[in-house]
Design a protein around this ligand. Structure first.
Ligand code: NAP
Length: 273
């Protein structure tokens, strides 16, 4: 059920992963609309710089340092944000990490950590915020998933698994929590942020690298989708064609994906035979 959030003026917004990339771009856009924000991440210097920029743009900003993968820290962060802002209207659950690794290349501790940040981190915030929003009778939750949560991506299977989990959580919640709480799932393709480490750039297909978009485009699509009361946005929109095709011809999409990723998978390290 559509529940549009048309303007963020004087609305309270909590953004996880606000210290760089997409989270930072969303904070800046929300600032221009006059939002009051809690900016959450681990790197203090970067967060302080985003907060300063938010204030310059006309928003209100409070910095909360938090490792979202730590359950107690995440719950304390929500309490603190609620106290400072007097309630959270909009939660942008965006913090995340990625790894371009095949499963056999993935160190198990690192894989577990990735799932903890991307999935459990999101769960902690959603679990703490949902009852409060329901009690107030309104709220908006935005989950920053990925196209890798709608189309399986070989070469980053663990990351893809984390984003499939996030899409499942978000899209089930969007029905569980309606009509008072509106849930939006955002699925970007490749975005030019610090997310992909320099040593991993050649692990992305050339087509993904050349069609990568700026974080500001994701921020615009996210706030536009909220204003339109949408429950899912894929950005850029053209990636939606592959998602729709997978629904009707999964074998075709599977073989196309295998062909596109073959050179990268061939270069991936194999365990000694
Ligand atoms: P980014 O610039 O690296 O930003 C990631 C943000 O997450 C940073 O603010 C980082 O802050 C925060 N973060 C990471 N681990 C955290 C933790 N344990 N606790 C708290 N904060 C943590 O990358 P981005 O591209 O903007 O990524 C944002 C989201 O978009 C992620 O969920 C990612 O999966 C998704 N996404 C990205 C792309 C892409 O191609 N870039 C595509 C699709 C989806 P600190 O390091 O300061 O903690």
């Amino acid at each position: 059920m559509a529940n549009p959030m048309r303007n963020l003026r004087d609305r309270t917004v909590l953004i996880t992963g606000a210290s760089s990339g997409i989270g930072r771009a969303i904070a800046e856009r929300a600032a221009a609309e006059g939002a009051r924000m809690a900016l959450v991440a681990r790197r203090k210097e970067q967060l302080d710089a985003v907060a300063e920029r938010v204030r310059t743009l006309g928003g209100e900003a409070h910095v909360i340092l938090c490792d979202v993968a730590n359950r107690h820290a995440a719950l304390a962060c929500v309490e603190q944000a609620e106290e400072i802002l007097g309630g959270v209207d909009v939660a942008v659950i965006n913090a995340g990490v990625g790894r371009h690794r095949t499963l056999v290349e993935h160190d198990l501790d690192d894989a577990e950590r990735l799932l903890r940040v991307n999935v459990l981190g999101a769960l902690y915030f959603a679990h703490a915020l949902a009852p409060r929003m329901l009690a107030r009778g309104e709220g908006w939750m935005v989950f920053m998933a990925s196209i890798a949560g709608l189309l399986p991506v070989p070469g980053e299977a663990v990351y893809s698994a984390s984003k499939f989990a996030l899409v499942g959580l978000a899209e089930a919640l969007s029905i569980e929590l309606e009509p008072s709480v509106h849930v939006l799932t955002v699925c970007p393709g490749a975005v030019r942020t610090d997310f992909v480490r320099d040593d991993e750039l050649d692990r992305m297909p050339a087509s993904a690298q050349s069609s990568a978009i700026e974080p500001e485009e994701v921020a615009r699509a996210t706030l536009d989708a909220l204003a339109e009361g949408r429950t899912r946005v894929i950005v850029p929109g053209k990636l939606g064609v592959a998602v729709a095709l997978r629904g009707v011809a999964p074998g075709l999409v599977r073989s196309g994906t295998a062909r596109a990723l073959a050179p990268i998978l061939k270069r991936a390290k194999r365990p000694a035979e």
